[in-house]
Design a protein around this ligand. Structure first.
Ligand code: ZN
Ligand code: ZN
Length: 170
């Protein structure tokens, strides 16, 4: 079972090929527009077409999450952060643990306060691009922080690893 053009397919495909497809799911091109929108002080300034990408991510939810976390990285509160010259606050990024690109195939709403994590730029890049052990470690810690997500979304830890193509293979 795998994802192809945002649809679940059952069948066979070379592993390297479906892993490449999944990379698009984990890191889509609208990511920068979304992160940059969090730096705008005034929502009215933002071009609404740009700020609301195809998956309609609400910047206010991301800003709320970052505020709840008291402007700290959710992987480790000790991670050092620079101050954004735009907001005069520590620079953090918003990451959807269950990737928004899966919205088309998952019935539950993914742009929710529970699914959004406040991450420092290092952890955010690592969750998308690091070697599997590191990405798994970050994912594990985030799931442990809000384990209810598994019940709310009706998924398992293994599902989360598979969304990032970092399943443990025994
Ligand atoms: Zn992300
Ligand atoms: Zn961090």
């Amino acid at each position: 079972m795998f994802l192809h053009n945002s649809a679940i397919r059952i069948g066979s495909m070379a592993e390297a090929q479906w892993r490449d497809e999944n990379i698009i799911i984990v890191y889509d091109g609208t990511e920068n527009v979304y992160q940059d929108s969090l730096l705008e002080l005034d929502a009215i300034k933002i071009n609404t077409l740009q700020a609301r990408d195809v998956f309609s991510r609400d910047r206010n939810l991301a800003l709320e999450r970052i505020k709840i976390e008291k402007y700290r990285c959710e992987y480790s509160a000790s991670h050092s952060l620079f101050i954004s010259r735009h907001t005069q606050r520590p620079y953090l990024e918003a990451h959807h643990l269950i990737p928004m690109a899966l919205q088309k195939v998952l019935p539950k709403k993914l742009d929710t306060i529970e699914n959004i994590f406040s991450l420092c730029p290092y952890c955010h890049r690592a969750i998308h691009h690091a070697e599997k052990d590191l990405t798994r470690g970050i994912l594990k810690r985030l799931v442990d922080k809000r384990p209810d997500i598994l019940h709310i979304m009706n998924i398992t830890r293994t599902d989360i690893f598979s969304f990032y193509s970092v399943e443990e293979i025994y």
